[in-house]
Every structure is written in C-alpha cells, then in structure tokens.
Design a protein around this ligand. Structure first.
Ligand code: SF4
Ligand code: SF4
Length: 441
C-alpha cells in the first residue's frame, strides 16, 4: 500500500472529522490531490481560544499533521494561516517550523470571517474558489489545526479521536480552554469553568456568530469548539430568541432596502452573486425573484448581514431557512466561476474588535488560558451523529464492557462515514437511536 493510502486508512479508522465546522470526514479531504495544504488558524469567532491553546501547547503535533496531510495529497507546500495578533502562537511555531520542509506561516489581518474557506484561500493564495465550489477547485485543501493534530495522532500513534479541546467562556466564573472526553455533558463543562456568572443566559455551542443554542444536558461532540454562556441582552442572545414568523413580519415592516447587508457580505465582496437585500425584498413582498432566492445557497451563514443591518433585521436566518427549503427540494447552485472580486472588498473587512463591541461581549473577550487538567468523567453520552452525515450504527450492546479507544459505532454498510470510539473505560449503560451512554465501572 502506498503512503497516501496508508494515511487515508489510518485517519478513517481513527474517526477524524473537521474539528472546526460542519465536521466533514478528514479522510475524504485527504483523498484529493492538491498543490497547497492550508492549516486554518484564523479562529475568527470572538471569545474562542481553542486553536490558539492547541498551537501553543502542541506545535509539533500540528506541524507533523500538516506534513502528513501534504504527503497524502501530494502538496508541495504547507501554509499555517495565522492571525498577526496571535503572537504567542507565532513564537511557539517559530521554534519548530525550521525542522519542517516547505511549511511557511502566512499572517492574516484581524477581521471576520477570515476563517471562511473562500475568504482564507483568497487571502493566502489570491485565488478565487468558484461559487458553490471547494478549495480543491483551485488546488488547495484547508484543515482546521485540531484536525491536523488528530491526523498526526491517527497516523503516527494509531490513536482514535476520543477527546476534544474546548473553550468554555462568556459569562462564566473561570473561563478556560480544556481537553475533555467526547460525550461529556455541557453541565459538567460549565462546572469546570465555575458555572454561569449571570442568572439569565443561553448556552451556545460554537462561536457567538455561527454557533447554535444548546441545552446543559447536551454533550461534547467531535466538532465542539466552544461552549459559551451568552447573557441576556447580548446580541447573540437576542438574535437567537426571535421566532421566524416575527423575523418575516419585521422584514416586511422595516427593511428599507439600504443594501448594507449586501455591501458588507463577505461572499458578495468576493464576487459571488449573493445579494441578501434582494432576498429580503423578495421574501417581504412575495416577489417572483427566483434568482435572488436561489442565491441564498451561496450564503455561509456568517451573520455579518445581521450585525450590520441598521434596522436590526436578520437576512442570515431568512437565508438559512430558504437554503434548507431549497436543499430539501434538491435544488443546487451550479458550480460557476466568479467574474471578479468587488474592488471595495479590502476596505469592507469587518474588524474583530468592532464585532465584539457590537455583539455586547467586550467584557468577556480577554485572553483565556489552557487548563492542563485530567478530566475523569463518570459518564459520557456519545452521539451517533457526530458530524453532518448519516447516523452511525452501534457495534456494542447494553452492559458490554468497553475500553477508551475501542470502536463502538461505524458508518452504515456501504455508506460514507466515520468511526466512533469509546472515550472512557466503562460499561455501556444505554443505547438508543441517537446515542450510546458509557458509565465508568
Ligand atoms: S441592511 Fe437591513 S434594512 Fe438594509 S437592505 Fe439589508 S435587511 Fe434591509
Ligand atoms: S450570513 Fe449574510 S453576510 Fe454572511 S454570507 Fe450569508 S448573506 Fe452574506
């Protein structure tokens, strides 16, 4: 077996998925030839320090993971795309990078959403991914740095993914970054951070811009980058609580067609035909502008349109709803080349500091440290849907004894998917259609 195949098999066996976003299986990305592998170290969502902690404490593992990804894809170059402001990360990389051939650091400005793959490839390579395209269309593959860490552990050490680095921040007493077993309940994560520091809040899984609201009983998955306590009154609290019927009524009553949402949209600025103001007009007045509606499929759901709308409207959530409806009808936006970048793109990059102030999260945006502690979870609940794919099939039954790292679920026969491993030693205490619970003896 050649080296590429060995890497892909090891990464598949270890159940590695993209640790930063939708959780796309890493072995599928590694199975494409490319010129450049980019390690995404933008971490542009406010309050998140997960990747920064990982780079500072495990630079070698990330660099080795990048080297392995380059080997698998035949890439001649590796780039760590890092924000200029992450000085400590840069320092820890600089001490090591000289030992790795053809890997360089690319400094990014501090704007949102620098981590969007379309934006990142433009910034690093000056290449434009086609609309509805992916980085490999222009010779690149982009991996989150924790995915690279897991690729290294899978290929070099034969270790499956059983743990996750997570930021616990926002209105908590002791914000921290910590490595925990997959399946740990969010209530226990909150306890590690001293619990909520306010009475009224919502819990958000992921960043304040793109993350979703969750319950304390939900659990850490392979894509959990953060758990945030968002206090009442902060923008992400208000925007997530509004019902769709209310959003639509407000759009009809208040959208003044100023088109600021379009002028600030990162995808529009790259030259995509996405124009949220047109979508708002169509939805508000029931206009038959099918082209504008179809363009909602190009939306990354970054939320900048929501933040910048002077009337407090939510083109993002309306786009998101339209996207789901079109996807259910199996309507796709055909892959097509972008004619040209909008000339105003450079001047419209949205600074992260401004974003934090607008979100009402300034008081929670201070630097957070990594707590290098061992977490002995008494129980974990591992979800059978760990990423944007099919539900996995359990390979264990109730009362089975399992060891941490043992395979407990896999993709349905003949379907693409990932493996899932026990994250603690224990006994299978329950299985239903959506999860496996393991309790320590
Ligand atoms: S920014 Fe707000 S008010 Fe202006 S066009 Fe967009 S949705 Fe309408
Ligand atoms: S969420 Fe809004 S700003 Fe972001 S890509 Fe979609 S339309 Fe553009």
């Amino acid at each position: 077996m050649d080296v590429s195949k060995k890497i892909i098999e090891a990464v598949k066996d270890a159940g590695v998925v993209g640790a930063g976003g939708a959780g796309f299986p890493a072995h599928i990305k590694l199975n494409a030839k490319c010129e450049v592998v980019i390690a995404n170290m933008a971490e542009c969502e406010p309050l998140l320090f997960t990747n920064q902690a990982l780079i500072q404490h495990h630079p070698d593992e990330v660099l080795q993971g990048l080297q392995i990804a380059m080997q698998a894809t035949g890439a001649k170059k590796g780039v760590i795309a890092l924000k200029k402001k992450y000085e400590a990360c840069r320092k820890s990389l600089e001490g090591k990078i000289g030992y790795y051939e053809n890997i360089v650091i690319h400094e990014l400005e501090d704007f949102y959403p620098a981590g969007d793959e379309h934006v990142m490839v433009k910034e690093v390579l000056k290449r434009t991914i086609p609309m509805s395209g992916i980085p490999s269309d222009v010779g690149a593959v982009v991996h989150n740095v924790e995915t690279l860490y897991n690729i290294k552990r899978a290929y070099r050490d034969g270790k499956p993914v059983t743990e996750k680095f997570v930021t616990v921040a926002g209105a908590v007493r002791h914000p921290l970054v910590v490595k925990v077993p997959i399946g740990l309940r969010f209530s226990e994560l909150l306890d590690l951070a001293g619990g909520p520091a306010v009475k009224d809040y919502i819990l958000v899984h992921g960043g304040p811009m793109m993350g979703s609201e969750v319950d304390a009983g939900d659990t850490v998955t392979k894509t959990t980058s953060a758990l945030l306590v968002i206090p009442d009154g902060a923008f992400p609290h208000i925007s997530r609580r509004a019902r769709m019927e209310v959003l639509l009524k407000r759009a009809k009553a208040a959208c003044c067609q100023c088109r600021i949402c379009t002028d600030m949209c990162p995808r529009y600025l790259l030259g995509h035909s996405l124009e949220p103001h047109r979508i708002m007009r169509t939805v508000s007045y029931g206009l038959p502008d099918t082209e504008a509606v179809k363009n909602s499929l190009l939306c990354s759901e970054c939320g900048l349109c929501e933040i910048t709308c002077p009337m407090g409207l939510s083109p993002r959530r309306i786009n998101s709803r339209l996207k789901r409806l079109l996807q259910e009808k199996r309507i796709r936006f055909p892959k097509s080349n972008v004619e040209r970048e909008r000339p105003e793109r450079e001047s419209r990059k949205y600074p992260t500091k401004k974003l934090i102030a607008r979100l009402g999260l300034y008081n929670y945006s201070h630097q957070i440290q990594y707590a290098n502690v061992r977490i002995d979870a008494k129980e974990v609940k591992l979800m059978l849907r760990q990423y944007a794919g099919l539900e996995l099939v359990p390979l264990v039954k109730e009362k089975d004894e399992v060891k941490a790292g043992e395979l407990i679920a896999k993709a349905p026969e003949g379907k693409p998917g990932i493996n899932l491993h026990a994250s603690i030693d224990g006994v299978v205490a329950g299985i239903d259609g959506s999860s496996i619970v393991i309790r320590r003896g």
